[in-house]
Design a protein around this ligand. Structure first.
Ligand SMILES: [Zn+2]
Length: 595
């Protein structure tokens, strides 16, 4: 059975891997990653690493690795689907795989009709001077919204009670189970009857670019929790594929789009004349949302809350945008906690000025470092240089590293060459730590002595190394996966020599063809042990300096030579033929075993 990728992506996006693994392993921050003692083998020094940026983990000791689903499969000893269910329950997602029928067009239409009726009901409640008084007071007095803005966004109010919407919808002929499926109602454990899901909340209808009400977000009016309640996925709504206010913003965002954290920020921005603002729907930014944005705009300004959590989320979003080649800048909000508060305090013009000062991830980091030190003092200058060095040494792209090195050298008035040396030293140190961490088992696997996952390693290590380099690069870069599909890189499953790597290659490309590659999707086709191997291919590639398309091309060429050599020896061709191939093979520099 293949599980809809939206479901997998939703579950993954709502289970942050650091948060998840923290409840099993005592994690300590190490640079941009986290380390801890591996729960899967016994060790005294931590070689278990969690990578928040790619939401994955890898143990340099025993080779265990993968994503949140793999982690749960291994630690709870579950199969793939029970592990998904485990994570869904942890995130409060209702899971039903038997909803093929529910996905039909008629079910979608029905949910949309129900949503529209509910939106009208919520709006009527808000504008009812009796029922909606607290809601209207909150919007007008506290949030300072005009009636025009409230109407423009179709805001509403869900009264405090369990029967209001339910009774109203039933009077329109809808049944309990339909209301539950549309996520407008919950189902009572005791009586099995439907009850209002949203209670005593301001209601934000989520409207798609065709004007349909596809879902709702509900916000409390005080500090009670949860602050926001959002519809889960229905036949008409995929949380990971929609953005709040894109229906308005799409006409104003060809130059740049502002990405906010909350609905109220977006509404405040639109009201102040920034109609190019959108927000995600109660989850961290997903890869699909970033791709949707890329269709509408050239540049995204990330305008998250000024607190630590907001800034961390902004860092991750920047990385997602850079992965798909969309320019992203981060807005630094000073003197207010979020864009809404900033505009109320300082006005729209000040915000416009702030927008023009938004910075790239590096500029942002740079400012943070420089604000900590007085670089006219030699000791401070050294400390600042060290922090820059640490930051830059984590960047995989050599070109990017060079650009930052020369910029930092100029700012600190130090020698670029010296800084470059330090950065390379830091990178080598990181690579060495990684090499040392590889346990004897991992080394034996690498040498092919006892490789349970890919038995071909013992037969032809060079071929397997080339294959693993190719796969590692494809796992990291979408651009290479697309390149393979479009024929820019000439490689197919047939070129692979080892059965395991061929399977990984084919599944990776298959997922990409459905516009939805992620490690988590691969998880349903491979065992947790195999996932560890796949994760190691990605991790190893990321540790290396050279990841350009030339490496990919050379490894493809090397693999093809190995393949023809293998075929030739199988066919018992003339010794001469083989000799010739061996000669030509020597001329191909084997990048895969190079660092
Ligand atoms: Zn381990």
């Amino acid at each position: 059975m293949t599980i809809p990728r939206e479901i997998i992506e939703d579950i993954i996006s709502r289970n942050d891997i650091v948060d998840l693994i923290s409840s099993y392993v005592n994690l300590k921050r190490a640079g941009s990653n986290f380390n801890g003692l591996c729960p899967f083998h016994s060790e005294k020094t931590p070689s278990f690493t969690v990578f928040p940026a790619s939401q994955s983990f890898y143990c340099f000791g025993c080779g265990a690795g993968g994503d949140a689903i793999t982690f749960i499969m291994k630690s709870e000893n579950l199969e793939y689907i029970p592990a998904l269910e485990f994570l869904a329950a942890r995130a409060g997602i209702r899971l039903s795989f038997d909803n093929d029928a529910g996905k039909t067009a008629s079910e979608r239409k029905k949910v949309l009709d129900m949503n529209l009726a509910a939106a009208k009901y919520f709006r009527a409640c808000l504008f009812d001077s009796n029922i909606g008084k607290s809601g209207m007071d909150y919007l007008v007095r506290e949030r300072k919204l005009s009636e025009a803005v409230i109407k423009h966004f179709g805001l509403g109010f869900a009264p405090d009670g369990f029967r209001g919407l339910t009774e109203h919808m039933k009077s329109l002929g809808y049944k309990d189970d339909e209301l539950v499926r549309a996520f407008l109602c919950g189902k009572s454990q005791k009586t099995g009857k439907a009850y209002d899901y949203f209670r005593n909340r301001i209601m934000f209808p989520i409207i798609d670019t065709s004007g349909n009400v596809i879902a709702f977000g509900g916000r409390v009016m005080d500090d009670s929790k949860p602050k926001y309640l959002n519809s889960s996925d229905t036949a008409a709504f995929k949380k990971s594929k929609n953005l709040f206010a894109l229906n308005f913003a799409r006409r104003h965002c060809s130059e740049q789009l502002i990405l906010c954290e909350g609905y109220m920020d977006v509404i405040a921005l639109h009201a102040a004349g920034f109609e190019n603002a959108v927000a995600t729907l109660g989850t961290a930014l997903t890869a699909e949302q970033s791709r949707i944005m890329a269709k509408y705009t050239k540049k995204v300004i990330i305008s998250y809350d000024s607190d630590g959590a907001g800034q961390k989320a902004a860092d991750r979003a920047t990385e997602m945008f850079s992965n798909i080649g969309l320019e992203a800048k981060i807005l630094k909000i000073e003197g207010a906690k979020d864009p809404d508060e900033f505009i109320k305090k300082f006005g729209a013009e000040e915000f416009r000025r702030l927008l023009s000062k938004s910075r790239t991830g590096f500029e942002f980091k740079s400012e943070t470092i420089l604000s900590k030190y007085d670089i006219s003092k030699p000791a401070d200058k050294v400390k600042a240089a060290e922090e820059f060095c640490e930051y830059i040494s984590d960047i995989w792209s050599e070109v990017e590293r060079d650009v930052y090195i020369s910029s930092v050298a100029q700012t600190l008035r130090i020698s670029a060459e010296g800084l470059k040396n330090d950065v390379e030293k830091a990178r080598r140190k990181k690579i060495n730590i990684f090499r040392k961490k590889e346990s004897s088992e991992a080394k034996m696997n690498a040498m092919g002595i006892k490789d349970r996952i890919n038995s071909y390693t013992a037969i032809n290590r060079r071929a397997v190394a080339a294959e693993e380099t190719i796969i590692g690069l494809l796992l990291i870069y979408e651009e290479y996966r697309v390149g393979v599909i479009k024929g820019k890189y000439e490689i197919s499953g047939e070129d692979f020599i080892s059965e395991f790597n061929r399977r990984v290659f084919e599944k990776t490309i298959e997922c990409q063809k459905n516009e939805s590659f992620s490690m988590s999707l691969l998880g349903q086709f491979f065992t947790p042990d195999e996932m560890g191997r796949i994760q190691s291919m990605e991790v190893k590639r990321k540790m290396l300096t050279e990841n350009g398309s030339n490496v990919l091309k050379e490894c493809i060429e090397a693999l093809k030579k190995e393949k023809s050599l293998a075929v030739a020896s199988e066919n018992n061709d003339s010794i001469n033929e083989i000799q010739k191939l061996i000669e030509s093979k020597r001329t191909v520099k084997d990048k895969s075993t190079n660092e």
